[in-house]
Design a protein around this ligand. Structure first.
Ligand code: SAH
Length: 331
């Protein structure tokens, strides 16, 4: 896969990831929360059930997931919803937003009655609860370098970064030579979500990793078999991701007129939702002490600040007329 001349970084990243997700099994390269513990999806299912109540229990509601990967989160959520909120289970229709045909096939095994879409813009109107874990980090970013009073933009040329002078005006602080990142696709996603949530009752829960506050710094990374590799080499062979700018996300939501909560560190958020009691309940049921230990360790991996508990964060967004503070965001 090669193109002639310098290619803007976001275009390079979009092309690399489309090839990557279409051909590779991402889960050979990295591990996500729903793959670490079934409790992650179960808690998000419980969260969705509470928000359905806060929305006034609409008789028909979409349960949407963006970038569902193997479908584990949704399968775990649906199982929990069936147990604790059968009325919600009966009211919901599952919609999955996924571009990769390969991952769609995996999702179909677990959630055969879902409806698939390429883009959120293709979702029908109606009340909605939307979940997204490690979706925004896969969306393409642009990088700008402060040079004097202006900015250079980074392009990719023959496997290396190249700076090209830019006329963009960016409302961001950075010292000489410092890099800032923006994610236009995340901005478009938030704008779409806000339009939807202003028209119809709904709530969204977005979990991903990145800093709570916008700051200069570059975060583009590539993982292959769990180890970092050069993101500019061999496009399509590794998963390219970047930190999510949670401050920008929350500010965009508010600017567009919807309610936004967080970012809340994943450890605190999941603990509030009941990560440990639920994990202990499961651990008591298994035969092998080893299995019980593994369950407890998976919970600690999700929640401990030095593991995934602090870098990963949750943000909730709600319709302006859905005023209940979402579970996990009261603290
Ligand atoms: N949420 C899953 C998978 C995370 S990997 C988990 O937590 O395990 C990122 C997911 O987003 C994959 O399913 C990938 O195919 C999907 N994806 C990446 N870019 C996308 C895009 N532009 N539109 C829709 N889905 C996308």
């Amino acid at each position: 896969m090669s193109i002639h001349g310098p290619e803007r970084l976001d275009h390079f990243m979009a092309r690399a990831n489309a090839a990557y997700y279409a051909r590779k099994d991402p889960f050979a390269d990295f591990m996500t929360s729903p793959e670490i513990s079934q409790v992650f999806g179960e808690l998000l299912g419980g969260w969705s059930a509470v928000m359905w109540g806060a929305m006034g229990r609409p008789a028909s509601v979409m349960l949407v997931e963006c970038g569902p990967g193997r479908g584990s989160l949704m399968a775990d959520a649906l199982r929990m919803i069936g147990q604790v909120a059968p009325d919600f289970r009966a009211a919901l229709a599952v919609h999955l937003v996924e571009t990769s045909p390969r991952l769609r096939a995996a999702q179909m095994q677990k959630i055969p009655d879902a409806v698939w879409h390429d883009r959120v813009e293709d979702l029908p109107d109606g009340p909605m609860i939307l979940l997204a874990n490690e979706f925004l980090d896969a969306l393409p970013i642009r990088q700008f370098v402060r040079r004097g009073a202006g900015w250079n933009e980074r392009f990719v040329h023959e496997g290396a970064l190249q700076e090209i002078s830019s006329t963009e005006t960016l409302n961001r602080e950075a010292g000489e030579g410092e890099v800032i990142e923006i994610c236009p696709a995340a901005e478009e996603f938030t704008a779409w979500l806000a339009e939807h949530l202003k028209k119809q009752a709904g709530a969204a829960l977005i979990v991903d990793y990145g800093p709570a506050r916008s700051a200069p710094g570059e975060s583009l990374q590539a993982l292959r078999k769990g180890a970092p590799v050069d993101p500019l080499q061999d496009p399509g062979e590794a998963d390219l991701t970047a930190h999510v700018d949670f401050q920008a996300l929350v500010e965009a939501a508010r600017t567009h007129g919807i309610l936004a909560y967080g970012p809340r560190p994943q450890g605190r958020f999941l603990t509030d939702l009941g990560l440990f009691p639920r994990t202990h309940q499961l651990a008591r049921r298994v035969e092998e002490p080893k299995q019980a230990m593994a369950l407890l360790d998976s919970a600690s991996r999700l929640a401990e600040p030095t593991r995934m508990g602090e870098l990963f964060k949750g943000v909730a967004m709600c319709s302006p007329f859905v005023s209940q503070i979402p579970p996990g965001f009261e603290g």
